[in-house]
Write a protein of this length. Structure first.
Lengths: 478, 416
């Protein structure tokens, strides 16, 4: 054990004396701190802004004057996706998906105003976040300082004396590992601080520790790789070349190839295409604005029988309101079916792309990070589904007011007669059918479960590389 | 001449150099093939959509007897066909809409909708030639050049080689030039092959090649500069990757943050809320409150503004128009803000050659921010034409007829 620690101590001492290593460490410390602060500030500002807009949207809806309930159906409502606390580390899909949706009757609108569309375009990496620095660039630093850990012993002719003193390959490996892992843990400090801040903002300990653990595991994978290559190769230049190639492939090439493969293996129909294909089905349901449409004849007959009356005017409910309610339910059923199909498709695409995590730890960590932070595709889908629930509830609430409180005769005459028109204006008290909306990501254990596959991939990487590294260290000869 | 042959032979036996060049060639070929395929897919999707869209309109044209209903229910597809060079730089087509459906209601409530791809993918980005040439190629060049001199130094041949050369530095220059040239060919070759296959002309391929050459030349300069210090290969490589990190990642990120704080944008949500309030308030206001601002814009309908019933379609479309008029200043500010952001980013991109090269390629491919804004303007112009088509029919109370429907404006893709 003392051998292990003294090897680790010696290694760290050398790094601290090397101006290059120290300089690189310093630059990364500044970069990590700056990007973490910038990401945190931006996301907490977004959180504040969107929460305020949400409150304002609710207030505006509730403060509308008396009017025909169907006008409120089209007046509509807005919901905003507030970013979860861990978005301070990984904003995930936040910048590419819209942040708000307009909710109204008989339509499912898309989320609008994605940041990526209004931002400055500078060619690829300009949207730097703390997560991205950890995923893509911290490994470069580890390579720069760690690629020669074993080779140095050879170059300085200290390997032979070490082995002669009875230091085993295991001990040598463990010592180097501790040194490199120590640097890694120090580099994780900014992440840990932001995670702690996320806990203060209401994130669970489980998710915060999950994120820290995920990134630690990921960087240890890189440590394992660096140690393996350094133990197997005899020259620094070759070691650096191999590691640079691996980084190039896993950080830059494989993630984009994953996207390309997923897109070509399962091309997804767009929203417009889905909408256009949906139109025919929607027409079969009938237009809820037109109570005289043939689709509602059966409904009409049923109601007349149920209430035992001759004419629609004699029904105790407003037939137009009933039609609105029934049509909304049917239309929603169709829209949801298509929307679910589309989401299912996106999930399958994403899962396909995620499987490239077996080829690149970067793909694995980014999927895991988004899942744990609550900024992944599944969370966006959760937002879409919750928004749809809010939409359906308030629209149907208003339709019930239309059906139960508004006289049919006034309703049909409102375009012709000012008096009737005035009587169709329902009291604003009815607008409280609207539920408060505050978007929350899934529970921490559910997110952890979603990150299960990436965590498994990274563990497999770590296991494999460590086993290989230990084996190589054991076989090391001066 | 014999010197060149010797250097080529030397390069041919340098396995590491061949590996990096092979990767460059592979990456460029793959990116070109993927880009071409993506553009082909986009064209197929558009053709299908255009067909479904017009079939859908044919069905709708038989359903309604009132111009108000026709205008309310009929959607029109608009689209932005990819240019022949778009395969090389997919640019904004990844995140911004290139197809859009609109109808004759207030436009501001519709124009910001997007038909987005899988957000997981938009986040990571696509593997196009611009990515290969602007972000990957500099790294490959660094790997090719970082140990030219230092490797010889390590091998103990440096002094001998320098001493026997005709002039100081010349063998190194020839050696580096050969590698740079080979890398450039590995990139530009597939680009031209793909471009000619995809129908892009010399007018885009020549400037694009020039961008690649200048960008590579810049990185050669950086490598030469670092080389002068006479460090060892690992230190050279570390320093060069550090420079890459600075130019390709940190500077662009810093520019983005500065641009976005220097040029604030009005909040998009505010545009929608203002528009919605204006449109909805109109229901409760006297009809004249809608008609007055409406005829300011359309004096030709001043004699038709009499609205006698609580609901009339012409009044309904008038307040849709007034809703758009109300948010015009905000919407214009949003648009101007995006233009200013883009211009400022364009000027500051001179601080980051990779960003500059990417922007230049997007400009050549018509996939930059300016192109998406132009598309947006074309959608606006089409929407205006639709309104101008419906207004006479709504205000004069004309009956719906097949002849009249055939005169309705059709969206046309841009000439390519």
């Amino acid at each position: 054990m003392s051998n292990v620690l003294s090897i680790a101590r010696e290694e760290s001492r050398l790094w601290l004396r090397s101006r290059l290593a120290l300089f690189a460490l310093l630059i990364f410390a500044v970069l990590l701190a700056a990007v973490s602060i910038a990401t945190s500030l931006r996301m907490s500002e977004e959180h504040r802004e969107r929460s305020e807009q949400q409150a304002l949207a609710e207030e505006t809806f509730l403060s509308q004057p008396d009017r025909h309930p169907h006008r409120m159906v089209h007046y509509g409502h807005y919901v905003f996706r507030t970013p979860p606390p861990l978005a301070m580390i990984d904003p995930g899909v936040d910048s590419v998906t819209g942040q708000s949706i307009f909710l109204e009757g008989h339509r499912q609108n898309t989320a609008m105003f994605a940041d990526a569309r209004a931002g400055a375009d500078l060619g690829g990496f300009e949207g730097l976040t703390a997560a991205l620095v950890y995923q893509l660039f911290v490994p470069l630093l580890l390579i720069a300082i760690g690629h020669g850990v074993f080779i140095r012993e050879r170059e300085e002719n200290t390997l032979a004396p070490l082995l002669a003193q009875g230091v085993t390959g295991n001990e040598l490996y463990a010592g180097k590992w501790i040194a490199l892992a120590g640097v890694t843990l120090a580099l994780l400090l900014p992440l840990a601080i932001v995670s702690a801040a996320a806990v203060v903002r209401g994130e669970t300990l489980l998710a915060s520790f999950g994120v820290i653990g995920l990134y630690a595991l990921y960087l240890f994978v890189w440590c394992g790789l660096i140690l393996l290559v350094s133990a197997m190769v005899r020259s620094r230049a070759l070691s650096l070349g191999i590691l640079a190639l691996f980084w190039l492939a896993s950080a830059l090439i494989v993630p984009r190839m994953a996207v390309e493969s997923a897109v070509s293996a399962m091309p997804a129909p767009g929203k417009i295409e889905t909408d256009l294909r949906m139109q025919a089905e929607l027409r079969e349901v009938g237009d809820g604005h037109n109570a005289g449409a043939p689709q509602f004849m059966q409904l009409r007959a049923n109601l007349l029988v149920q209430y035992d009356v001759e004419r629609v005017e004699d029904l105790p409910v407003n037939f137009r309101g009933v039609v609105s309610e029934v049509a909304e339910a049917d239309v929603t059923e169709v829209m949801n079916r298509f929307a679910e199909e589309r989401m299912e498709f996106e999930v399958r695409q994403a899962r396909f792309a995620e499987s490239f995590g077996w080829l690149s730890p970067v793909v694995a960590v980014s999927a895991g990070s988004r899942a744990l932070s609550g900024t992944d595709l599944a969370t966006h889908h959760r937002f879409l589904r919750e928004a749809e629930d809010v939409r359906f509830d308030f629209v149907q609430g208003l339709n019930r007011v239309h059906a139960e409180q508004l006289a049919y005769n006034d309703d049909i005459n409102r375009s012709l007669n000012e008096e009737a028109n005035r009587r169709t204006r329902m009291s604003a008290e009815n607008w409280n059918v609207l539920d408060e909306f505050s978007f929350q990501p899934a529970a921490a254990d559910e997110r952890l479960a979603r990150a299960g596959t990436p965590l498994g991939m990274l563990s497999a990487w770590l296991l494999l590389l460590t086993a290989g590294g230990v084996g190589a260290a054991r076989r090391m000869q001066p | 001449m014999s010197g060149l042959v010797r250097e080529i032979r030397f390069l041919a036996s340098d396995r590491a150099a061949l590996l990096w060049l092979g990767i460059a060639l592979l990456v460029a070929c793959v990116s070109v093939v993927l880009g071409l395929r993506e553009i082909a897919t986009q064209r197929v999707v558009l053709n299908e959509l255009i067909e479904i869209d017009s079939a859908e309109r044919e069905v709708l044209d038989t359903l309604y007897q009132d111009w108000g209903d026709v205008a309310y229910y009929t959607f029109h597809l608009t689209w932005d066909s990819p240019s022949d060079f778009a395969f090389a730089a997919l640019g904004q087509r990844d995140t911004s809409p290139w197809k859009h459906q609109i109808r004759a209601l207030a436009l501001e409530g519709q124009i910001y909708e997007t038909d987005a791809e899988n957000p997981d993918f938009a986040l990571i980005g696509r593997f196009d030639f611009a990515f290969a040439a602007n972000l990957l190629a500099p790294l490959l060049l660094i790997l090719l050049l970082h140990d030219l001199r230092s490797a010889e130094r390590t091998a103990g041949r440096y002094e001998l080689l320098s001493a026997t050369a005709a002039s100081q530095g010349s063998p190194w220059f020839a050696r580096a030039a050969l590698r740079v040239g080979a890398l450039t060919i590995c990139l530009i070759g597939p680009l031209w092959a793909g471009g000619l296959l995809g129908g892009a002309g010399a007018s885009t391929l020549v400037p694009a090649s020039l961008v690649v050459i200048l960008h590579i030349a810049f990185w050669w300069g950086v490598c030469a500069l670092v080389d002068r210090y006479g460090w060892s290969s690992p230190v050279n490589l570390t320093a060069l990757v550090g420079v890459w990190l600075a130019f390709a990642v940190i500077v662009p990120a810093a520019i983005k943050i500065s641009v976005e704080s220097i040029v604030p944008l009005p909040d998009g949500g505010e545009i929608l809320l203002t528009q919605r309030e204006a449109v909805n308030d109109a229901w409760d206001l006297p009809k004249a409150a809608t008609m007055e601002p409406f005829i300011e814009r359309h004096p030709e309908w001043a004699d038709y503004t009499e609205v006698s019933q609580p609901f009339e379609w012409k009044w309904y479309y008038a307040f849709q128009q007034v809703g758009d008029q109300t948010v015009e200043p905000l919407s214009q500010a949003y648009r101007d803000g995006r233009i200013r952001r883009d211009r400022l980013a364009g000027s500051l991109a001179w601080l980051s050659p990779p960003a500059l090269a990417e922007r230049a390629m997007q400009a050549l491919a018509d996939t930059n921010v300016a192109a998406t804004l132009t598309y947006e303007q074309r959608v606006r112009a089409f929407h205006k034409a639709l309104r101008e088509y419906y207004y006479p029919r709504l205000f004069r109370g004309e009956p719906v007829s097949t002849v009249s429907l055939q005169q309705r404006p059709q969206f046309r893709g841009k000439e390519s």
